[in-house]
Design a binder for this molecule. Structure first.
Ligand SMILES: NC(=O)c1ccc[n+]([C@@H]2O[C@H](COP(=O)([O-])OP(=O)(O)OC[C@H]3O[C@@H](n4cnc5c(N)ncnc54)[C@H](O)[C@@H]3O)[C@@H](O)[C@H]2O)c1
Ligand SMILES: [Zn+2]
Length: 665
């Protein structure tokens, strides 16, 4: 094939892929689509005379009109893309002396809101950039952050991104396991393509503004201030005066990517001054005054090579996808979780399919769904759940709506190993010198079966294993010795009792139980009296602690403490504590102003507790304070505002903690 033919082929492919994508059923992952664009761009650059006509790279979106076509006042364009720091420098060099705002590049779909004399007149999708779709009723019914009225005369247009918040997406999928949404972006697109608001009533969207077209002279020239003054929610915009500052913000946004409540696929740089932005003008398909810095993809497609069924510490048999290796979310992924039978059925996944794999941050990679099921060859195979345990070959039981499979044989070898590994994990006894591989080997050798067996290991015994030397044997024994101080909370976590979470263990300690034996003896009434402990959790605790009674005795005999420890209890509140009696919610990313370092949220919450606060996980009518860190999800703020909860910046709390002398202990 010659270059001209290749160019035409790529151009045609782009048209097909865009069409599918903007109809809401993409055939490939964005990263794969971008690769096609990149190849075409490179070929045209090298051979400008062979540029196709029309050139899809000079066009925007697709003419996806479902409701009523509306012409945009000014075209809604795409953005010039960058992936390297030099491109950021070149952008600043083009606009000497200008301040630039750097903000997240939100992964939803763009929307133009037209206000006439202070009233929301129309909400229009981008469409092909020139003509969009009138989605006003849907936006009115479903989008937060779209004020019905503005206090400004004349015509103004606010542009921004309609996203489905990750929290909304997760809640929706939890409630609709039979018909899950594939990712927040598709979900947002699908929502705005609905024919009638009632069919998508549970799919709330959030509008985040990033552009303002106004002819009025008295509107603030600074984009950020202008939008906020009008009352719009804006993803944080940071002003930068040079490329180095912008690069630092881009890096921060990328690092915080997974702490935010919305998907983003990059950072957008844009002239902060609205007049300067307008004066910079446009190219065929993008404004000159903006640049999109793209991050590594968190979703890719690959082939599902096989599915194996893995036995967990509570006996749950979970399907694990074996994938053709794919680079996604910064690492090469070969395994991913498939959740359970129901998810497999609902997503229609078969072995041999091209699947969409998602890996964001610390989240375990998972198979989000099948793309392009129409292109199946017929060689794909159904995923068949096992009828007996892959480890002990005992029959399995099915539980719950999602039809999770369980092996209930407590002597199951795979479960035994998983439970031992769990006992040794950081959240439990924290025996960090013995890794999972050695635990498995020791279990296979018949030396480890119960957690208490760790405490009978001897250096001499360990030295008999080929690859354990003097040094590692000593480290292993020291680490086991230290773990004898595990205490009630972490021991309860370490026993891996079904339905008992880390929160359950914390609540038991705070409810006044002094030891694991006291929990075991409490009976249903004693347990359900504990806040947030329901009858199911109580029943599971009673059943399993009764079964584990001999093991508790063995642990005690080996000198392991199962009594409540100081660290298990709420901190002692100092007299005159600044947050005494207040129920607080902490949101956003927290950092210590003295060092500038990020502080894990639980650590900050513990500080607040020392200052007398009661911590709650979500804002409600009983919340007194919402403490905000950086990059706070708009939804939380809106909710706090509606409920009249006081919102207070973390800096103020740090100051109070400092003044109460709570920081240096
Ligand atoms: N999977 C597929 O088959 C397929 C097909 C076509 C397009 N796509 C994907 O769709 C995207 C579309 O590309 P595009 O060129 O239309 O859009 P783009 O990536 O160039 O970005 C432009 C869009 O970014 C959005 N945006 C988000 N935050 C913004 C901010 N702070 N400031 C300004 N704009 C902001 C706006 O909606 C704007 O329309 C790409 O990510 C591409 O991978 C995928
Ligand atoms: Zn089994």
């Amino acid at each position: 094939m010659d270059t001209g033919e290749r160019i035409q082929e790529l151009a045609d492919r782009i048209v097909v892929l865009r069409d599918a994508y903007y109809r809401g059923s993409p055939e490939v992952a964005d990263a794969d689509y971008d690769a096609v664009e990149d190849e075409l761009r490179a070929l045209i650059e090298a051979n400008p005379e062979l540029a196709p006509d029309p050139n899809p790279l000079e066009q925007v979106g697709a003419p996806a009109v479902l409701h009523a076509p509306i012409r945009h006042s000014r075209p809604m364009l795409s953005l010039e893309k960058a992936t390297r720091p030099e491109q950021v420098e070149a952008f600043f060099a083009r606009f000497p002396g200008q301040s630039v705002v750097v903000m997240p590049k939100l992964d939803g779909l763009s929307l133009a809101l037209v206000y006439e004399d202070g009233r929301l007149a129309r909400a229009i999708t981008r469409g092909d950039g020139t003509t969009g779709d009138d989605v006003t009723p849907l936006v009115r019914a479903l989008a937060d952050g779209v004020p019905e009225r503005l206090d400004v005369p004349g015509r103004i247009e606010v542009r921004g991104e309609a996203v489905m918040l990750r929290s909304t997406f997760a809640a929706y999928n939890a409630a609709h396991q039979d018909k899950p949404l594939i990712n927040p972006r598709n979900a947002a697109a699908g929502t705005l393509r609905a024919k009638d608001p009632a069919t998508v009533a549970e799919r709330r969207l959030q509008f985040l503004a990033f552009d303002l077209l106004s002819d009025a002279d008295d509107t603030d020239a600074d984009l950020d201030r202008a939008l906020q003054t009008l009352g719009f929610t804006v993803a944080e915009m940071r002003h930068c005066d040079d490329a180095a500052a912008a690069q630092a913000v881009i890096t921060t946004i990328e690092q915080q990517r997974n702490d935010l409540d919305y998907d983003l696929d990059g950072a957008v740089l844009r002239l902060a001054d609205r007049d300067a932005f307008a004066a910079a003008g446009t190219r065929s398909s993008s404004p000159r005054g903006a640049l999109a810095f793209k991050f590594a993809a968190e979703e890719k497609t690959t082939i599902l090579a096989d599915v194996v069924w893995d036995v967990g510490k509570t006996g749950k048999i979970a399907p694990v996808a074996w994938l053709e290796p794919v680079f996604v979310g910064g690492t090469t992924v070969t395994r991913a979780t498939l959740a359970n039978q129901e998810v497999i059925r609902a997503r229609g996944i078969k072995i041999g399919d091209t699947v969409l794999v998602r890996r964001a941050g610390d989240v375990i990679p998972f198979v989000a769904g099948v793309l392009d099921a129409a292109k199946r060859t017929g060689a794909e195979r159904d995923i068949v759940p096992p009828s007996v345990c892959p480890s002990c070959e005992q029959p399995l039981t099915e539980q719950g709506n999602s039809r999770e499979l369980f092996c209930t044989n407590v002597a199951c070898p795979a479960q035994t190993v998983r439970r031992l590994i769990h006992w040794a994990s950081r959240a439990a006894a924290d025996i960090d010198a013995i890794g999972g591989v050695w635990i498995e080997r020791l279990a296979e050798a018949g030396i480890l079966e119960h957690p208490s067996d760790f405490y009978h290991l001897t250096k001499e015994g360990l030295l008999e294993f080929d690859r354990i030397g003097e040094v590692s044997a000593t480290r292993m024994i020291d680490s086991i010795d230290a773990s004898r101080q595990v205490g009630l909370r972490r021991a309860l976590i370490g026993l891996a009792i079904p339905m008992a979470s880390e929160g359950t263990a914390t609540r038991m300690c705070r409810a006044g139980f002094g030891s694991l034996e006291e929990v075991a003896d409490a009976g249903v009434d004693g347990l359900v009296a504990v806040e947030d402990i329901g009858p199911k959790v109580a029943a599971s605790l009673i059943e399993h602690l009764a079964r584990l009674r001999p093991e508790l005795e063995r642990l005690r005999a080996a000198g392991v403490s199962l009594d409540v420890r100081e660290e298990d209890l709420p901190p002692v509140v100092a007299a005159g504590a600044p947050l005494a009696g207040k129920t607080v919610v902490v949101t956003g990313s927290i950092s210590d102003p003295r060092s500038g370092e990020k502080v894990p949220r639980p650590a900050f919450q513990r500080l607040c507790e020392k200052a007398g606060a009661t911590i709650a996980s979500s804002v409600s009518a009983t919340t007194d304070l919402l403490i905000t860190g950086a990059d706070v999800g708009a939804a939380k703020l809106t909710k706090a505002e509606k409920l009249g909860v006081t919102v207070i910046d973390q800096s103020e709390i740090w100051q109070q903690l400092q003044q109460a002398d709570l920081l240096n202990r």
